[in-house]
Design a protein around this ligand. Structure first.
Ligand code: DHB
Ligand code: MG
Length: 226
């Protein structure tokens, strides 16, 4: 079997479950359309992955969510949908162009008041959040530049509480996570991130491989212990 064949099957299965399980959603459709129109790279989570984020945040009973890497706010909408009416989400984005697209998408989804998009280097924004004592967050979703994942993880734990769920996207990278000799900065960052999580005295973690319209990738899920 070729990889192209595999991808076709994975996509068909994604299509099947999306049709069966996800309602028509003009707000999410508009978010994708406007992200594409603005030239943002189409690397947002898939619809089924977005729903997974929403369900996990809902199961966690999240009232405060932190997202590192906003892009056009597509995953942000899913996460925000898990919040109660008074809940709050802060999402960090380097690009002012992406942030503007995200703000429009979030406003259309009804989250102008609950969601704050902070523009700038996420490491700076995270330091500011610590200074402001903005935590603890109940759920953290890490989905930004992968070389900084180790630093994002450490900051996330400092902004967490016992029970906080930390989710990281793109930890499989078509299997490249296993390439010990890689000098690809994203692979190096993800591998170091996984190593830190695995040795962290306060984290209990697993990783979930995924296939679908985004190919072969996966999530790392970690819960902060008391
Ligand atoms: C890329 C980034 C992502 O967060 C993702 O899910 C897929 C691809 C990228 O930058 O290529
Ligand atoms: Mg991603």
């Amino acid at each position: 079997m070729t990889e192209a064949h595999d991808h076709k099957v994975w996509s068909a299965v994604d299509e099947y479950f999306s049709t069966q399980l996800l309602p028509a959603d003009p707000i999410l459709d508009a978010a994708l359309r406007d992200s594409e129109k603005a030239g943002l790279p189409p690397v947002q989570v898939s619809p089924l992955q977005g729903r997974l984020l929403q369900l996990l945040a809902g199961v966690r009973g999240a009232q405060r969510i932190l997202e590192i890497g906003t892009l056009g706010g597509y995953s942000t909408i899913f996460l925000a949908r898990a919040l109660p009416p008074e809940g709050r989400l802060i999402t960090l984005e380097l690009s002012p162009v992406n942030a503007a697209v995200a703000r429009t998408n979030l406003a259309r989804a009804g989250f102008a008041a609950n969601v704050e998009v902070r523009v700038g280097q996420a490491l700076h924004s995270l330091a500011a959040l610590e200074q402001e004592r903005a935590g603890p967050f109940d759920v953290v979703f890490i989905d930004a530049d992968k070389p900084n994942n180790p630093a994002y993880l450490e900051a996330s734990v400092r902004l967490a509480r016992p029970g906080t769920l930390i989710i990281a996207d793109n930890v499989v990278r078509s299997g490249a996570v296993t390439h010990a000799g890689s000098n690809n900065p994203s692979v190096v960052g993800i591998r170091r991130f996984c190593e830190i999580v695995g040795h962290h005295p306060r984290l209990s973690a697993t990783a979930l491989q995924t296939v679908g319209i985004k190919g072969h990738d996966g999530f790392l899920l970690a819960v902060v212990q008391g």
